[in-house]
Write a protein that binds this ligand. Structure first.
Ligand code: UT7
Length: 331
């Protein structure tokens, strides 16, 4: 089956409020030195009163504008998140209402930090089924709504934000930020799910009326174990997608990994022998924004002029589940 799929109009949005490492020194037993040396993170943006769909709206409007697409031309809305506005209605339906769109499918996709990569593959499948599709793919997270600010082992790691693009089976003419999806690989391993969880409120941990919120309602992570799996899984899937496409790492003009921890990125790039000039890193400014991490990095790289026409770019992510995946895009 011919599976043509093009992405266009990469955009991102982060809330105005910034929290620095110094700010965290006043909240928990930590230091700027520890956070910087163990994670590479200096600051992260925190949603004040904005929900997942509020952040999604900003990135989506810009992605549509950059692609020259009217919201009414959309055929599908996909929103990847693990921090939706509510369980019901889904955040994609809330977003569609904010965009003034009705009558098309709108659904949330949860693959934690790998959400955007999973979303690209879903969009590719929709394009194969419906060649006239015009899909909005947005990743949006208010991770801080599920962070226990008194838990120093997780509080300092995450930030809020959103990223979006428009996806179609046909090329976007005259849109510079447009690229062809060469290949996508997705994997997951549910046996490792307990290493990174937000259990509270799920049907296996159902709420009872009047029950107090406890630590189960917030991100809990076996950091060191997750670190090892993140490096191993992203390295393996990168190798697989390169091999499948008869490529080597030297063919990749820009490598954009999930932005969770500078040390994960450094370890991955060392093992894969990627030249530092060919890696995009912005974890220092945004922290780990989960599903929004990849589209924020992609749009940021584009805006900073790190991607040129003809470039082959690899996106690779890893997250809770565990889920992980890689995408090759040709500009
Ligand atoms: O997006 C999904 C994927 N997520 C990730 O990829 C995150 C993966 N994990 C990591 O990035 C790292 O494991 C962390 C940044 C979470 C932790 O770094 P680490 O080097 O693995 O530290 P650790 O968990 O082994 O903790 C070392 C020490 C501990 O103290 P003791 O037991 O040695 O006395 C922690 O209690 O650092 C302590 N610690 C802190 N100290 C100051 C943990 N958090 C903090 C903190 N400030 N914020």
């Amino acid at each position: 089956m011919i599976n043509n799929c093009y992405l266009s109009g990469f955009s991102f949005h982060v809330p105005q409020q910034v929290m620095t490492n110094k700010d965290f020194e006043k909240l928990v037993d930590t230091t700027d030195e520890w956070i910087t040396s163990r994670t590479g993170i200096h600051r992260r943006h925190i949603a004040a009163n904005q929900s997942c769909s509020d952040l999604a709206l900003q990135a989506s409007l810009q992605a549509l504008e950059r692609s020259g697409i009217n919201p009414r031309d959309l055929t599908h809305i996909l929103l990847t998140t693990f921090t939706p506005d509510a369980y019901v209605p889904n955040a994609a339906c809330i977003l569609m209402e904010k965009l003034g769109v009705r009558g098309i499918p709108a659904m949330d996709v949860n693959a934690a930090c790998t959400g955007f990569i999973y979303g690209i593959e879903l969009a590719r499948a929709i394009c194969a089924l419906h060649p006239d599709s015009m899909i909005l793919l947005t990743a949006s997270e208010v991770v801080t709504s599920r962070i226990n600010l008194t838990d120093r082992s997780t509080a300092v790691l995450f930030g809020d934000g959103s990223g979006a693009c428009v996806i179609a089976a046909k090329p976007f003419s005259n849109i510079p930020s447009s690229c062809y999806v060469t290949d996508v690989l997705l994997e997951a391993d549910g046996s490792l799910g307990s290493l990174l969880t937000v259990n509270g409120g799920g049907s296996a941990h159902a709420m009872k009326l009047g029950q107090k919120v406890d630590h189960n309602f917030f991100v809990q992570m076996e950091g060191r174990e997750v670190f090892k799996h993140a490096v191993r899984s992203m390295r393996e899937i990168s190798r697989k997608i390169l091999h499948k496409n008869n490529l080597t790492i030297d063919d990749i003009d820009l490598f954009i990994p999930h932005q969770a921890n500078m040390r994960i990125i450094e370890s991955l790039s060392k093992k894969m022998q990627i030249h530092p000039d060919n890696i995009f890193i912005n974890v220092q400014d945004y922290g780990n924004t989960s599903a929004a991490s990849i589209p924020i990095a992609l749009a940021d790289a584009w805006e900073k002029g790190r991607i040129s026409k003809g470039d082959l770019v690899m996106l690779v992510a890893f997250g809770g589940g565990f889920t992980w995946g890689a995408v090759l895009v040709q500009f």
